[in-house]
Structures are given as structure tokens and as C-alpha cells.
Design a protein. Structure first.
Length: 337
């Protein structure tokens, strides 16, 4: 870097006015950078608050379709669907996960019919469907069986793609699942079904409110997911995981959680130069909301700053529960919910 010295160089000179600050701004945030995670439940006219995630609700499909239309109108390109599965439908082998008449499969079909312009992304993982809350099939000792789990994930992914999902997003962290899913999608001529791999998903303590929202927290109990999700101490391992998923056919990769792992986002983007996303997870959202509700932080300014940080770190987009509120602000409209 060329040596630049004061007073010939005054860094504050370009910060003097709004116009010059905007001229040299390195990153921008638009509604197109946002993916909105939503929780869908069975029934009609159903709306349930998630206590640990203020302003987030579980919605029945009829109400979700209304929200989806608004998201489209705000310029949000993608909804990420997560199911709230009835306890009676949960089982050790998660058979409901790949039912053609299942909640997610029905939701995809109806959303694509009602709002065809909106991208629909589905979560490929078994934890909402298992009676034990783990992301896979267990052996007699409670260990998650990798290859056996992949067999079920494949059925789940195929059922989502056949229902019309634009993007399937395996979040389970089983080895080899991306390659297996891609091969079958190709065989079934579902060539344009995109895969966003949760490639660097950490065994994080930030997921608690999400597990409350989908109803898997009580099933999981005091167990953890450390045998398949990544150790939070590791960075190099994330690059290995991303490389494997790309080689197996992933179109996009994700780092999860988000803000505590922005260093990983940066390393992934620098190393691979592929579409890279991050998830501002439920725990991050809950912490922000707690500070907002107590008046400790400015809601809109901090929300937008937090999202801009993802872009600066190299993320092409962010999954965030703030998506709709942020999109309104970015469009210059009201942020009222």
C-alpha cells in the first residue's frame, strides 16, 4: 500500500459530507440481500407468538400467503420455510419429513401457486420430525447414523423439489448428503432445483429460540449436536466442509450462526468466491430484541448496521428475522409491523 501521510492525506476529508460518504461507500444493503425465515403450522387463521422471539409468529398457511405477498412487494426475493410439526406426527425415523402431503410439501405448492415470483427455500433436516429432536436416525446408543440419515434426507429433499421448492437447504451436517441429493435431482430431471448447503453450521448455543419456535427443544432435552455440527473453536475445518459441499454439487453455501462467525464468512468468500450466505440466527435476533425492548439500543439503526456487517464480511445475502422490517426501512417506508 502506498505510504500516505498527514496532512497531505486527511481521512476525515471524505467523511465531511453525506454525498462524499455515499460516494466511497464500499457495500450496500438492499431488500434483495434478505431471506426471510418463517414458521408455518397446520390449520387456518392460526397465529402463535414465539415467546423467546418477540414479533416472530408461527403462522398457518393462509396467513403466511398474505405475508408472502407483502414480502414480494417489499423486494425480498426468498422465504425460508420451517415447519411446526404436530407432536403426534413425530417419530424415531422421521417418516413425516418426506410425506407428499406433509406440511412443508403442501405449503410449497400453495405458496408457489399464490406467489410464483417469490423464491421458496426449504429446510432439509429431520429434527422437527424426530421424537428425540436430533437431526438424524439414532443407533441403540443414541449416536446419529450418518448414511442411514442421508437415505431419509434424500427422500425429504426429493419431496420438496417435486412440490416445487426453488431452493433446498440441507442443514443437517451429515457427510455426503449434498452429493447424494444432487445425483438424484439430476436423475429425476430436477436440474434447476438449487441447493444452498449449510456447509459451516456450528454446534452453537445461539439456536435455543429457534428450537422453541419449531417445537424441538423439549424433544432434544439436555442432549446436544456436537457429533455432527462443527466445533465453535474451528475455522480451517469450515473451509474443508465448504470445499466438499461445492465438489458434491452445492450452488450456494451458508455459514451459521452469523455475527459471531463473520470471520468464517470472510474466509469462505475469499477462498471460494461462490455465492455465500449467513444466518442471523434466533439467538442473535433475541439478544437484539431484548436490548431494543429495554431501550438500550436504537432499533432501526442497530438492525441495519448488523445486516450491513454481513455484507462487509463478504456475504451475498442474509437469512434474518428482521427481513420484512429492514426491507421497509430500505424502501423508505414505515417500519411498523
Amino acid at each position: 500500500m502506498t505510504s500516505r501521510q498527514f496532512p497531505a492525506t486527511r481521512m476525515r476529508r471524505m467523511r465531511r459530507d453525506d454525498f462524499s460518504r455515499r460516494m466511497m461507500r464500499e457495500n450496500t444493503l438492499t431488500p434483495a440481500d434478505l431471506i426471510w425465515p418463517v414458521f408455518v403450522l397446520d390449520g387456518e387463521g392460526q397465529r402463535e407468538a414465539v415467546p423467546s422471539m418477540p414479533d416472530v409468529e408461527r403462522l398457518s398457511l393462509d396467513l403466511l400467503i398474505e405475508e408472502a405477498r407483502e414480502a414480494r412487494d417489499l423486494g425480498i426475493p426468498v422465504l425460508a420455510l420451517f415447519p411446526v410439526v404436530e407432536p403426534s406426527l413425530k417419530s424415531e425415523l422421521a417418516e413425516e419429513s418426506y410425506s407428499a402431503g406433509g406440511l412443508i410439501q403442501r405449503s410449497v405448492r400453495e405458496l408457489k401457486r399464490a406467489v410464483p415470483e417469490l423464491g421458496i427455500m426449504t429446510d432439509v433436516a429431520l429434527d422437527p420430525y424426530t421424537s428425540h429432536g436430533q437431526d438424524g436416525i439414532l443407533d441403540a446408543d443414541g449416536y446419529v447414523l450418518n448414511d442411514r440419515t442421508v437415505e431419509t434426507l434424500l427422500k425429504q429433499a426429493l419431496s420438496h423439489a417435486e412440490a416445487g421448492a426453488d431452493i433446498i437447504a440441507p442443514s443437517d451436517m451429515m457427510d455426503g448428503r449434498i452429493g447424494t441429493i444432487r445425483q438424484v435431482l439430476e436423475k429425476e430431471r430436477l436440474h434447476n432445483t438449487r441447493i444452498m448447503a449449510y456447509s459451516a453450521k456450528y454446534a452453537s448455543s445461539y439456536y435455543g429460540p429457534f428450537r422453541d419456535a419449531v417445537g424441538s427443544a423439549s424433544n432434544l432435552g439436555r442432549a446436544d449436536k456436537a457429533t455432527y455440527q462443527m466445533d465453535s473453536a474451528n475455522g480451517d475445518e469450515a473451509l474443508h466442509e465448504v470445499a466438499l459441499d461445492l465438489a458434491e454439487g452445492a450452488d450456494m453455501v451458508m455459514v451459521k450462526p452469523g455475527m459471531p462467525y463473520l470471520d468464517v464468512v470472510r474466509r469462505v468468500k475469499d477462498e471460494f468466491r461462490v455465492p455465500t450466505f449467513a444466518y442471523q440466527v434466533s439467538g442473535e435476533y433475541a439478544m437484539h430484541m431484548a436490548a431494543f425492548d429495554n431501550g438500550w439500543l436504537d432499533v432501526d439503526a442497530v438492525m441495519l448496521e448488523s445486516l450491513m456487517c454481513f455484507k462487509r464480511a463478504g456475504a451475498d445475502g442474509v437469512l434474518t428475522y428482521f427481513a420484512k422490517r429492514a426491507a421497509r426501512l430500505l424502501a423508505g417506508g414505515s417500519d411498523e409491523t
